[in-house]
Design a binder for this molecule. Structure first.
Ligand code: HEC
Length: 499
């Protein structure tokens, strides 16, 4: 999978602001001189690098709740703009100016002359250092990523309220709300409550584009979680890339985006698991094989898969659109939805052929009870997880959630993938710490390995890995029934480069 690097800086700082940032974060001057600070009631002199501003106020300026006195948020808007009085830690004072700010930092008094708690050190700064620091404090809030506030962290999603996806969207909303509430009841993450904002993507591409723009430009959210807006499949990755917005949820096919982390395997890896099984257990590698796709939009994905199979040594494989005529071939890989799968089996039956059929379960599950008996043990399905993956705890938590939210077993894959998305996001945010940034979130997600969900095989991401699972279980159907037989357990598929 190709992943473009996107470590672009959020904004450009002037040399003075950059020098101020160094002082703020590391306590180091742009000149060679050492900066000192007086700490505690006894005014003990220490190097400022021991007590840089960021160590108490946070790199994001939002402060950390430690001990009795809370460092107030250092945001220029709050400190200096507007007329009224402001207050923190029981002090009331008028707006800061540049000189009263310098006095607070150097002498520990606010604009009203109140003495600041001695937990705030008094810094010994040259005029140049003070100027740089002030310049940076004015920019500090812009440097923060959207959605991160002192007490809250805002997340966004795109769930339609009407149309064919309204039902699945309700399931996703229920799981998100439930899981977020659980996290918040446990105290949130690093002192912040999670908040979820939904923007309805509406019925078509234009409305979905508008919703996405609103989400990226106005809603001030930190990350996207589990959106359901397939109309955006072609553009989502590049829009997120541009906005530097991380997302945890189902990735559109073949995007290879740095920003999107998908808990479950991509369709390509699922079908490759089937191919690997077919190759080693059914000896189909030499068989004439077609990749049949129902939707013209899947043509390039079908060709990608064709190439992958050829790389694996399948000689006679060809991508083919589903048409009026029953496709040839001893093995068919199917791409499309349930009703197209039914159409395919009907066509084949009419010409008296029962080739091996391979498909991703989440695409065709609605039609499985109708699969004709002739295909007993000739249909093979990829499942990201099977009931054997469920631990007693996982099973219990899932059923507790279903009970709380009035959900049943329908849309099980969607429930589990949404569930995993929240768990992965929560785990990553905990690793990020209080100074949350999108860049750190992406690094933290990349650092998640073998995450136990209790409902799936262990999930792992990595610097070049954006899909939590790289393959699927293989399950066959026995008719009548159908009865489901797992025939090969999940194992990551190997990437095979053309010889
Ligand atoms: C050891 C922890 C610590 C460090 C380091 C620290 N501060 Fe503070 N700061 C505090 C605390 C605690 C307060 C709140 C004092 C109070 O309200 O009485 C505070 C208050 C302030 C205030 C007053 C805000 C207001 O609303 O009145 C400013 C401005 C400030 N700090 C700036 C800085 C800057 C700039 C640096 C670095 C040069 C810095 N602080 C380093 C702990 C710290």
């Amino acid at each position: 999978m190709l992943i473009a690097s996107s470590l672009a800086q959020a904004l450009d700082l002037t040399p003075a602001e950059l020098a101020g940032k160094r002082l703020y974060r590391e306590g180091l001057s742009s000149s060679d001189a050492q900066v000192s600070a007086r700490v505690g009631a006894a005014d003990m002199l220490v190097p400022a690098s021991v007590v840089p501003c960021g160590s108490c106020h946070g790199a994001d300026g939002l402060g950390r709740a430690e001990g009795g006195v809370r460092p107030p948020p250092l945001n220029w808007q709050r400190l200096a703009l507007g007329q009224g009085l402001r207050s923190s830690n029981g002090r009331t004072y008028p707006a800061y100016t540049e000189s009263s700010l310098a006095r607070a930092i150097q002498q520990g008094r606010d604009p009203a002359g109140n003495r600041l708690d001695p937990a705030m050190p008094r810094f010994v700064l040259s005029m140049a250092d003070q100027r740089n620091l002030t310049a940076y404090l004015k920019r500090l809030a812009d440097e923060r990523d959207p959605g991160v506030e002192a007490q809250t962290l805002r997340l966004g999603t795109l769930l339609p309220g009407e149309g064919a996806l309204a039902g699945p969207a309700r399931v996703v909303a229920a799981v998100l709300e439930d899981q977020i509430k659980q996290l918040n009841q446990q105290g949130g993450i690093h002192g912040r409550q999670l908040q979820l904002i939904n923007v309805d993507p509406g019925p078509d591409l234009a409305s979905a584009e508008r919703a996405l723009t609103q989400m990226l430009e106005q809603e001030q959210v930190f990350a996207l979680i589990a959106p359901l807006a397939p109309a955006l499949d072609a553009t989502l990755a590049s829009r997120l890339e541009q906005a530097r917005m991380p997302m945890i949820g189902t990735a559109p096919l073949l995007t290879g985006s740095t920003q999107i982390f998908d808990p479950l395997p991509g369709l390509d890896d699922q079908l490759l698991s089937l191919a690997d099984y077919a190759q080693s257990n059914l000896m189909l590698q030499q068989a004439s094989t077609q990749i049949v796709y129902a939707d013209p939009a899947q043509a390039s994905f079908a060709r990608h898969l064709e190439q992958q199979l050829q790389n694996r040594g399948w000689r006679e494989v060809k991508a083919q659109a589903l048409s009026e005529q029953a496709p040839e071939g001893q093995a068919l890989f199917f791409l499309g939805q349930g009703e197209d799968f039914a159409r395919l089996t009907t066509q084949l039956q009419q010409v008296g052929r029962t080739p091996y059929l391979f498909a991703a379960a989440n695409q065709v599950s609605s039609q499985l009870p109708q699969v004709p008996e002739a295909w007993s043990r000739r249909v093979f399905l990829a499942y990201p997880f099977v009931p054997d993956d469920w631990t007693p705890t996982g099973r219990q938590t899932l059923s507790d959630m279903r009970r709380r939210q009035g959900l049943d077993g329908r849309q099980g894959v969607l429930q589990v993938s949404t569930w995993c998305a929240v768990q992965l996001l929560g785990d990553a945010l905990k690793r990020v710490g209080r100074d949350a940034s999108r860049e750190k979130l992406i690094q933290a997600l990349e650092g998640l390995h073998d995450v136990q969900t209790g409902l799936t095989p262990p999930l792992s991401f990595g610097p070049g890995r954006r899909q939590g699972l790289a393959g699927a279980h293989v399950v066959t159907l026995e008719m009548p029934g159908p009865v489901f037989y797992p025939v090969a357990a999940y194992r990551p598929v190997a990437e095979v480069i053309a010889p």
